[in-house]
Write a protein that binds this ligand. Structure first.
Ligand SMILES: Cc1cc2nc3c(=O)[nH]c(=O)nc-3n(C[C@H](O)[C@H](O)[C@H](O)COP(=O)(O)O)c2cc1C
Length: 392
C-alpha cells in the first residue's frame, strides 16, 4: 500500500500522450481484470443505467420513479459518515423505505476519517449492494474537512478511507448471503495521468467500481455552462486504465446521450444526475413528453415510501423539478401548501394525493416542452446547443 501512496508526480508516465485527436490520452498499461469486482457487478445484473447520488433529491421515491422508466441501479444522496454513526435522527432521514424494489442500491458516504467511514459502512451494508466513498463534492463544507473532491488531493488519506471501508464491508460480507462492494465516485484533474494514477491507487486500495464525473472540482456541475462540460475523453482514459467496472458521469440528458456516451467512453455504465432529475422518462426510457404523468407517478412513490414533504416539494416545483412548467404554474398554491418544515402527516398525504389527481387530470403536456434535443435551456446561454456543438 505504501508504494501506492507515492507522490503522484513521481509515477512513471513515460509514453503518456495528451493530444486532442483520437489517440489515447494515456499510455494504456496491461490491466489485470479484477475478477472479484466483475463477479459482484454481474451478480447485481451488470447495470448500465445509473441514477446519480443527489443530495436533497435521490430519496427512495425518486429512485423508484427512475427504476420504473428503466434505470438499473440508483444511489442514496451523500450521507455524512460521522453524522450517520452519531445520530439516530440523522440515520432516520435516510431510511431505506423502498424495500426490495429499490435494489440494486448504492449507499454513498461522505467523510475523510477512515474510522467513521468504516463504522458507517458497516451500518449501511445490510441495506444495499455497494457502499461508495464520495470523492466528488466540490462544496465548501467538503473543503472544511478535506472530504469529497478535496480528498483527491490527499491520496494517502483517500486510499486509507477506501481500505477501511472495504474491511468493514468485507466483514459484513463474511456472514452475508449476497456480496456488497466497496466503490468510489471521483471527479477529474485536468491532468489526465494524475486522474489515472488516482483511479489506479483507489482500485489497489480496494475499490471495486469507479464512477468518474468528467469535470474538475472547479467546473461545478449540475447546472452547467459551456465551460463546464464533462469531458468524456478524460473518462475514457480512466476506463482504459482500471480492471474494475467504470461508470461515466456527466452530459447525459436524454437517451441519445446514453448511446453516444457509451461509444465515446467505452464505459460499462452511464450515470445521469440533472437529466434524470428533470426528465427521467427521457433519459431512461427514451420517451418524450408526458411530464404530468411522470410527476404524478412520483407522487405515488412518495406516498408509498413516506417521502418527507420537503422532498416532494423539491421534485414537484424546485429548481430541478420533474413537473412541466405550465403545471407548476397552475398547481403552485397546492404544492406550496405542503409543510416543508415537518415530517409526513395525514394532511401532507392528503395534499400529495390531491396533487397527484390534479396532475393525472391534466392533458399530457405538449411535446414543445421537450423540444430542443429533449431539453429546455437551463442556463442563460442556451447550453443545449453549445453542448451539442462542443461535446468532447
Ligand atoms: C442537486 C444535486 C445534488 C448532488 N448531490 C450529489 C451527491 O450527494 N453525491 C455525489 O457524488 N454527487 C452529487 N451531485 C453530483 C451528481 O451526482 C453528478 O455527478 C453531477 O450532477 C453530474 O452529472 P450530470 O451531468 O448528469 O448532472 C449532485 C448534483 C446535483 C445537481
Amino acid at each position: 500500500m505504501a508504494a501506492l501512496v507515492q507522490d503522484l508526480s513521481r509515477i512513471d508516465l513515460e509514453g503518456t500522450k495528451r493530444s486532442k485527436d483520437d489517440a489515447p490520452l494515456c499510455r494504456t498499461p496491461v490491466i489485470k481484470r479484477n475478477e472479484v469486482a466483475w463477479r459482484w457487478y454481474e451478480s447485481i445484473g451488470a447495470p448500465k443505467l445509473f441514477v446519480a447520488p443527489l443530495v436533497g433529491y435521490s430519496e427512495p421515491a425518486f429512485r423508484l420513479l427512475c427504476r420504473s422508466y428503466g434505470a438499473d441501479i440508483a444511489s442514496t444522496p451523500m450521507i455524512d459518515a460521522a453524522g450517520y454513526v452519531a445520530s439516530e435522527r440523522y440515520r432516520n432521514e435516510f431510511a431505506f423505505t423502498g424495500g426490495s424494489e429499490d435494489r440494486p442500491l448504492t449507499t454513498q458516504l461522505g467523510g475523510s476519517e477512515p474510522e467513521s467511514l468504516a463504522a458507517a459502512a458497516a451500518l449501511v451494508a445490510p441495506f444495499c449492494d455497494a457502499v461508495e466513498l464520495n470523492m466528488g463534492c466540490p462544496q465548501r463544507c467538503a473543503k472544511k474537512n478535506g472530504s469529497g473532491a478535496f480528498l483527491m488531493e490527499d491520496l494517502a488519506r483517500a486510499t486509507r478511507c477506501i481500505a477501511a471501508m472495504r474491511s468493514a464491508v468485507d466483514a459484513h460480507n463474511a456472514s452475508a448471503q449476497t456480496r456488497v462492494a466497496t466503490v468510489v465516485k471521483i471527479r477529474c484533474f485536468d491532468d489526465v495521468p494524475r486522474t489515472v494514477a488516482l483511479a489506479q491507487a483507489l482500485e489497489a486500495a480496494g475499490a471495486e467500481m469507479i464512477t468518474v464525473h468528467g469535470r474538475t472540482r472547479h467546473a461545478g456541475g449540475g447546472r452547467r455552462t459551456a465551460a463546464q462540460l464533462a469531458n468524456w475523453a478524460w473518462i475514457r482514459a480512466v476506463k482504459e486504465s482500471v480492471g474494475i467496472p467504470c461508470i461515466s458521469n456527466g452530459n447525459i440528458r436524454h437517451s441519445e446521450d446514453v448511446r453516444d456516451c457509451f461509444a465515446a467512453t467505452g464505459c460499462d455504465g452511464i450515470m445521469s444526475g440533472v437529466g434524470a432529475l428533470r426528465r427521467p422518462r427521457l433519459v431512461f426510457a427514451g420517451a418524450r413528453g408526458g411530464r404530468n404523468q411522470v410527476a404524478a407517478r412520483y407522487c405515488t412513490h412518495a406516498l408509498a415510501t413516506r417521502a418527507a414533504p420537503r422532498q416532494a416539494h423539491s421534485h414537484l416545483c424546485g429548481k430541478l423539478a420533474l413537473t412541466a412548467p405550465a403545471a407548476v404554474r397552475d398547481l403552485r398554491d397546492l404544492i406550496d401548501s405542503l409543510d416543508v418544515s415537518g415530517p409526513e402527516t395525514d394532511r401532507s398525504r392528503a395534499t400529495l394525493s390531491t396533487i397527484r389527481d390534479a396532475l393525472l387530470a391534466r392533458p399530457d403536456d405538449d411535446d414543445a416542452d421537450d423540444d430542443l434535443d429533449g431539453e429546455t435551456p437551463i442556463a442563460a446561454d442556451g447550453w443545449t446547443k453549445v453542448w451539442r456543438d462542443k461535446r468532447l
